[in-house]
Design a protein around this ligand. Structure first.
Ligand code: HEC
Length: 226
């Protein structure tokens, strides 16, 4: 018999009492389980809150849903990692507290294109409109596909309140008043963006189009902590 197999120690004896052994193991597992589980119920959130991080506006939220629908996350990440090269290229690294209202999160795992977490405010609105219509017009070497239909397809404003309501169910603090005024808030933010784009020599009449929502969302990204 191998010298490494214990045949007559205390533990061997304990294993010979199946009932007692089962009982003691169960107690040990219960204690371990409780210790692991308790923090989960007692600590409200393991993510440090950042006061300046607020939920998306109704229009930005509609834009975020377009971003999800179009699969932008398949080529773009939204997490600047805390490494020197990343910070120099993209800006301040991403903090967990910046993503508390992201359901689902869009950190992504593939970077065919650049990270977008700090893209908010990097370009004028008109740049985004042109880039979405034809990426080669702003970035000649780009292999990003065009999304020109966003400039002609109408944005469905009426379903925005239900998007807020759905997020409220998972803990995003939208108030009744936020939900009630969602459509008019979205329309006025859209009008502002469309006016700016038209005023800087871009296409006219985008205030009812999907592109304004996407631009609103992109311009918001990563700007809450500055
Ligand atoms: C096939 C991969 C691919 C997909 C899908 C894709 N992109 Fe891109 N994206 C790129 C590449 C590559 C670049 C860099 C060249 C350029 O500026 O076009 C880029 C650049 C960008 C930039 C400029 C970033 C910067 O810092 O200069 C933005 C904004 C952007 N994409 C948004 C989007 C949005 C929004 C979607 C979805 C509607 C999307 N992309 C879908 C590949 C992609």
């Amino acid at each position: 018999m191998s010298p490494f197999i214990e045949t007559d120690g205390k533990h061997r004896k304990l294993e010979g009492w199946p009932f007692m052994f089962t009982l003691l193991t169960t107690i040990a597992i219960l204690i371990g389980g409780t210790v692991e589980f308790l923090p989960l119920v007692l600590v409200e959130s393991n993510v440090p809150r950042i006061e300046t991080v607020l939920p998306y506006t109704p229009l930005e939220l509609a834009g975020r849903d377009i971003y999800i629908r179009e699969g932008c996350v398949g080529c773009h990440s939204q997490q600047v990692r805390p490494f020197r090269d990343e910070i120099e290229r993209y800006g301040e690294y991403s903090k967990p507290g910046e993503h508390v209202y992201d359901h689902p999160f869009l950190w992504g795992s593939k970077r065919t294109g650049p990270d977008l977490h700090r893209v908010g405010g990097k370009y004028p609105d008109l740049w985004h409109v042109r880039h979405m219509e034809d990426p080669r017009s702003t970035s000649p070497q780009s292999l990003m596909p065009p999304y020109d239909w966003l400039l002609s397809d109408a944005l469905d404003f009426e379903d925005i309140p239900s998007r807020l309501r759905a997020l409220r169910k998972v803990g995003v603090p939208y108030s009744d008043a936020d939900i009630q005024s969602a459509v008019s808030d979205a329309r006025s933010q859209a009008a502002g963006i469309a006016m700016g784009v038209a005023g800087s020599g871009g296409p006219q009449g985008l205030e009812e189009k999907e592109i304004v929502a996407l631009v609103a969302y992109l311009q918001r990204l990563g700007t809450d902590i500055n």
